[in-house]
Design a protein around this ligand. Structure first.
Ligand code: HEM
Ligand code: HEM
Ligand SMILES: *[C@@H]1O[C@H](CO)[C@@H](O)[C@H](O)[C@H]1NC(C)=O
Ligand SMILES: *[C@@H]1O[C@H](CO)[C@@H](O)[C@H](O)[C@H]1NC(C)=O
Ligand SMILES: *[C@@H]1O[C@H](CO)[C@@H](O)[C@H](O)[C@H]1NC(C)=O
Length: 423
């Protein structure tokens, strides 16, 4: 179950951010190194020794020798053209010990990097290792280079290094994709959502909640209220029953992702505005319940200020959510160092930001009809859905004053709508 969920997440991931390979490369006096992270799952290291003579070269996934897992490579004397790859563990400033059970296993893969023979006499070794998603700086590694080649055996003794240092790569450049060969450790698949996936779900759930569900519920209110008393049930179901879990789940993932990188909460405009928007949504829920509970209080006008506030606040919330989602797009590349979201996300956003206001404003043509119904004081107290209402008019029947002009304007409409029976 959890495994299928991860594949589903990866698929959605691919749809939203595209097949993403990011990386960096560079050379020092001793070797050239390309590092690629594919789909946030696999890291590929491609290392080419250039300094003569080449004994062994090692990379360590840490800052110091002590307590660091390492991959050490040297040419296999007994088998020309092939290279030995040995995983080691650093115990201090002494020869790293052989690590028979490393937490992340390095797998040698064909290399994609080619150097002209004028640049180096040595071949490139490429290996892949599952990406450690909790490592805040995967591009920071230690390295060492020796001029003395060890024996052709992966447990051979290593002579001390000639020179050593650290590499600090940002790993944020988009690079052409590399096929992943290493599959994820099953333990990893069961681990809680990694940070990037939290953020993708944060974006998806909140975009759907604020820009699909809440607008749908509002359109139901705007277009439905003069036609059927059921508009209210649908409005409440969408904006409360469906949207609340979606929005709450998406929202909570935001702070959880921030927690993952141990940063302070509510640190920029997106984060503060997000909190405000969540509060606005909560206020709408309370206001909606309040006006619904008070709908047939005696002497209540069809649109007391609280009802108007609910509509205005609802529209403002959705308008603000459009800006929030767009700022989330920028937040994504800013906070994760990943390439910008796929173009279609921006296009869809822009198209919807145009269509939705048109659909809502279009529904305002029904206001005339709504006011006429309200003036009649239609409350449907005697209909099976008497508990609901068409317009939010007071349930107490008000005197019906119908002048000839309204009669002419609305009689046709009303006879077509069976719910609007005449007294
Ligand atoms: C209406 C929709 C949205 C709301 C209400 C919202 C709300 C929030 C909040 C409250 C935080 C900060 C959490 C904290 O400071 O602890 C946050 C962070 C963030 N959100 Fe959103 N968000 C929305 C849409 C999006 C979208 C569409 C994306 C795009 C993927 C996105 C990406 C992010 C990112 C990258 C962070 C920062 C995470 C970090 O710094 O590690 N958000 N959001
Ligand atoms: C937070 C999400 C919600 C949003 C964004 C929202 C939005 C809206 C909008 C835009 C309207 C006005 C439609 C129009 O006449 O043009 C409206 C009307 C209404 N909503 Fe909501 N609504 C939300 C939640 C709720 C809830 C949870 C309830 C009840 C439990 C509710 C009850 C009502 C009622 C009674 C009206 C009619 C108000 C009137 O007479 O103008 N709403 N809502
Ligand atoms: C590896 O690095 C070289 C330059 O150092 C670069 O031209 C090449 O595109 C890189 N390849 C990958 C797959 O990152
Ligand atoms: C490759 O090996 C030859 C012979 O040992 C040497 O002359 C040449 O400089 C080496 N090339 C490089 C790029 O180091
Ligand atoms: C991943 O990185 C974290 C933080 O640097 C480290 O504590 C952890 O041991 C690493 N996990 C693996 C499997 O390498």
């Amino acid at each position: 179950m959890s495994f299928r969920l991860t594949s589903l997440l990866s698929l959605l991931w691919l749809a939203v951010v595209g097949a993403s390979s990011v990386g960096d490369s560079g050379c020092n006096l001793f070797f050239c190194l390309n590092i690629t992270i594919t789909n946030n799952e696999i890291m590929t290291y491609e290392i080419t020794p250039v300094f003569e003579p080449f004994g062994w070269v090692g990379l360590g996934f840490g800052r110091l020798m002590k307590n660091t897992h390492m991959v050490v490579m040297w040419d296999d004397e007994s088998n020309p053209g092939s290279r030995i790859v040995s995983q080691r563990y650093g115990v201090g400033h002494v020869e790293p010990v052989l690590e028979p059970n490393p937490p992340r296993i390095a797998t040698v893969v064909p290399s994609t990097v080619e150097f002209a023979p004028s640049k180096t006499n040595y071949s490139t070794t490429a290996f892949q290792i599952p990406f450690n998603k909790t490592d805040p700086r995967p591009g920071q590694i230690i390295w060492a280079y020796s001029l003395r080649r060890p024996d052709p055996d992966s447990s051979a003794d290593l002579t001390g290094h000639y020179v050593a240092g650290t590499v600090n790569m940002r790993l944020d450049k988009a690079v052409s994709g590399l096929e992943g060969v290493v599959t994820e450790d099953p333990k990893d698949a069961l681990a809680p959502l990694p940070r990037f996936q939290k953020l993708i779900w944060h974006g998806i759930l909140l975009s759907v909640g604020f820009l699909v569900l809440l607008p749908a519920g509002s359109l139901v209110a705007r277009w439905g209220r003069t036609f059927t008393p059921r508009w209210f049930k649908v409005h409440r179901l969408i904006n409360f029953g469906v949207a609340l879990p979606v929005i709450a789940a998406g929202f909570i993932l935001g702070p959880l992702a921030v927690l993952d990188r141990q940063a302070g909460h509510f640190a920029d405009a997106h984060q503060i505005c997000g909190l405000l928007l969540f509060a606005l949504y909560g206020a709408q829920l309370f206001l909606g319940r309040y006006i619904h509970a008070r709908r047939d209080a005696a002497g209540r006008s069809p649109h007391p200020p609280s009802n108007i506030l609910h509509a205005v606040l609802g529209i403002s919330t959705i308008a603000l959510a459009f800006l929030q989602v767009r700022s989330g797009f920028a937040e994504w590349s800013m906070r994760t160092g990943q390439p910008d979201l796929s173009h279609w996300c921006h296009d869809l956003w822009a198209a919807w930001a145009f269509i939705l206001p048109v659909a809502y404003v279009g529904g305002l043509v029904l206001l005339k009809r709504q006011f006429a119904q309200e003036k009649q004081g239609r409350s449907y107290a005697d209909s099976p859905e008497g508990k609901n209402y068409i317009a939010l008019a007071a349930a107490a029947p008000s005197p019906i004053m119908f002048d000839a002009e309204h009669e002419a304007a609305y009689s046709e409409l009303e006879t077509r709508v069976p719910l609007l029976h005449r007294p």
